[in-house]
Each structure stands twice: as C-alpha cells, then as structure tokens.
Write a protein that binds this ligand. Structure first.
Ligand code: SF4
Length: 387
C-alpha cells in the first residue's frame, strides 16, 4: 500500500475511518462543509496562480466570481453542516479568506511558480512510498518554497508547526524530485490571514517519524484492528452513517417517528435506562438501611439481627490501613520480603501484549497460557455529550 499523508493522519485520528476510506475504499456517504469550503478555496487560489502563469492577473471580483460559481455548481445535499451555522455562513467565510489573501499578496509575483497542485510520489525507505499533493511550489532566489493553504479555524503554535510532518515530508519529496536541499515551508492560515514559515537544514526527522506511524498502521493491518476512536472530530466525519458509534442514530432518523419509537434498540435502551435508575434508587435506599442496621447492632450490642426469612450477620471489626504505599514497599524491599506480598498486575500484562509493548519472545512464551474472552460492558451516557 502506498500511503498518503492524509491516510496516515486519518489513522492517527481514527483507525476505523482510515480502514473505511483507505482499505475498504468506501466513498463517504456525505462530506462536511469544512471540507467543501477547503476544496473551493484551494481551487480558487490554484486558478489565481495558474492564470498568473499565463500572464493574466485575475481581479479580486473575477476571483470571487470563480469561487462563487464553483460553490454553487458543486453544492449538493450530501454536504452537511455540523454546527448551528448554515452553508451560506461558510461561503461568506471562504470569500473573506480570499479577499484577505488577495489584498495581502497581490500582485502575486514574489518568486517563480514551479508547480500548482503538484502530485508527488516518493520513497521513504526501501519499503514504504508516500504520495501527496503540494498546493504550490515556488522558487525565490534559489530557495524552493512549499506552500500549503489551511482553511481550518485553528491556528497552531510554533511548536506544533515544528512537529508537523506534512510539509516536512513534501520537502523530502522535493529533494527526491528536484534534488534541492534548501527548502522553506510556508503555511497560510487563511482564517487568520497569517503566514508561518519554517526553514531547516534537513527534514529527515519527519521521515523517521512517518516511518514509525506507517509501521503502526502495518501492525494494525496484520491484526485487522481498526477500532472507532471517538473525538472532537466526529461531528465533522463523513463516515458517521457507517460508523458503529453513530449509524443507529442515522437509522432512527430515517424512520417515521412512530416507527422509531418502537425500534428494537431504541426501546431496549429506554428500558435499560429505566431499570438502571430504579436500581440506583434501590441501592441508595439499601445503603440507608445498612447504616441503620449497623447503628441498631451497636446500640443493642447484637451481632445477629433476625428478620422473617433472613438473619443479618453484622460483623464489626478493625483492619490495618497503610497511609503511604511507597514507604511500605521500600521497607519490605529492604527486608527482602517484597516478593512475598507483591501481586502481579495481569491486566497490565494483557494490555502490554495487546499493544505489543512486551518483547516478542515473551509474548510467544505466554501465548499457550492465554485465552481470549469476550468482555461486554454497557455504559449509559447523556445524549448531550457530543454538542
Ligand atoms: S465518526 Fe468518529 S469514530 Fe466514527 S469513523 Fe468517524 S472519526 Fe471515527
């Protein structure tokens, strides 16, 4: 498999999304307005620089006309808006990005444009290849610049920029394609009309980092282990209707209200919640009675308290509690008694086997003493959590 940077970062944010998009090659049932906005702004800026290559400088009005025309033509019902704004708010936002960009950079003749929307394909080592698309490559006084337009509403810190592998990878691609070493990375954060530049003598550390990330993906592929990973990105995920975390919600939405009220899962959750509440109330009640029983036993100096079917045996006794676990451990170690009282943490061992952080030969030795058991837990949570 050839990896694109977007695939690698998609795995980092959610392994399931990676599987759906890049292994199963399933087309997302819908697209977020943020992605749509990003595509429209990118193609408008590409048009601006491509026309410039042909000696034509677009006026701001022409640029916006192109953007709005494409917006209208490409807009469809499958584009969804997750927030309380509507598509029109986003169109205006994109327009503002272009106006700010145009006014900041006109007449767009800083350096020579080498390529626009350039698809690159290059080896990381003798095993892995990476592909990607560079928004714009420019040469300024012999220095190659990799330009990338970001339309998100998040402005990263300098540290985050320095740790970002995407443009560093593209620098490696340029070295591979053109044999150039002097490369500057330029991020355009359009929502803030802000440009951030980074120039390093070498971008090789990104190569190592990305190889590590690919190896993690390869391990997941061997185990076919692509769990959904819920995060703040889920509301914008194009795969929600296919994701096990959200597809039931979509199924209900597609039903008539009356039908949804009697749907199997819907009624079971309601019943489960109702019973859980009753149990919680009963447990609270039982705790109150327990306290009263202890009080009764103390006051009347009895250990057995008799009911009609059951006798309550109320044992009141004292245990030793240690205030400082670390001190106890250290004393027992010094006295050579630690092993006698130490308890193995099998949950941690099992987790380390799952995460493959135990040495492989140890896992092999443990394998014949292991068995896989299915665990089922049900947590009930409020529907408001995603808001
Ligand atoms: S909705 Fe969230 S958990 Fe589900 S596939 Fe998308 S990102 Fe992953």
């Amino acid at each position: 498999m050839i990896y694109s940077y977007s695939a690698i970062s998609s795995f980092e944010s959610c392994p399931l999304k990676f599987k759906l998009a890049y292994i199963d090659r399933i087309k997302p049932p819908r697209r977020s307005i943020e992605m749509f906005l990003g595509s429209r702004v990118h193609e408008a800026l590409e048009k601006l620089y491509r026309d410039k290559l042909f000696g034509k400088l677009l006026s701001l009005e022409e640029l916006l006309e192109f953007y709005n025309e494409r917006w209208r033509r490409e807009m469809s019902d499958t584009i969804f808006v997750a927030k309380e704004y509507d598509a029109e708010n986003y169109r205006i936002m994109g327009q503002r990005y272009l106006v700010d960009y145009y006014n900041t950079y006109k007449p767009f003749d800083e350096g020579r444009t080498i390529a626009l929307e350039k698809r690159v394909f290059f080896p990381l080592n003798d095993k892995y290849w990476v592909s990607g698309i560079i928004d714009r490559i420019t040469e300024v006084d012999g220095v190659y610049e990799v330009h990338d337009y970001k339309t998100s509403l998040y402005l990263p810190t300098r540290k985050e920029i320095e740790e970002d592998c995407q443009l560093a990878l593209y620098a490696i691609a340029l070295d591979h394609l053109y044999g150039v070493k002097d490369i500057e990375l330029v991020w355009h954060f359009l929502a803030f009309n802000k440009e951030i530049r980074l120039r390093k003598p070498s971008y090789e550390d990104a190569r190592e980092e990305v190889i590590k990330r690919i190896e993690k993906i390869e391990e997941a592929r061997k185990r076919n282990d692509f769990p959904p990973r819920e995060s703040s990105l889920c509301p914008y995920c194009s795969y929600r209707p296919l994701c096990p975390l959200f597809k039931h919600e979509y199924r209900l939405e597609e039903m008539e209200p009356e039908e949804a009220l009697h749907e199997g899962g819907f009624t079971l959750v309601n019943k489960y919640w109702e019973l859980s509440q009753k149990i919680a109330e009963l447990e609270e009640e039982r705790e109150k009675i327990r306290k009263k029983l202890v009080e009764y036993a103390r006051k009347n100096e009895v250990q057995y308290v008799y009911g009609s079917d059951r006798v309550a045996n109320i044992k009141i006794y004292h245990n030793i509690h240690f205030k400082d676990k670390v001190v106890v451990e250290s004393i027992l170690r010094k006295e050579g008694l630690y092993d006698k009282y130490a308890k193995i943490d099998l949950i941690k061992v099992a987790n380390d086997i799952k995460n493959e952080t135990l040495p492989k030969h140890v896992i092999e030795k443990l394998k014949k003493f292991m068995e896989h058991k299915e665990n089922i837990k049900i947590y009930l949570r409020s529907m408001e959590r995603e808001e």
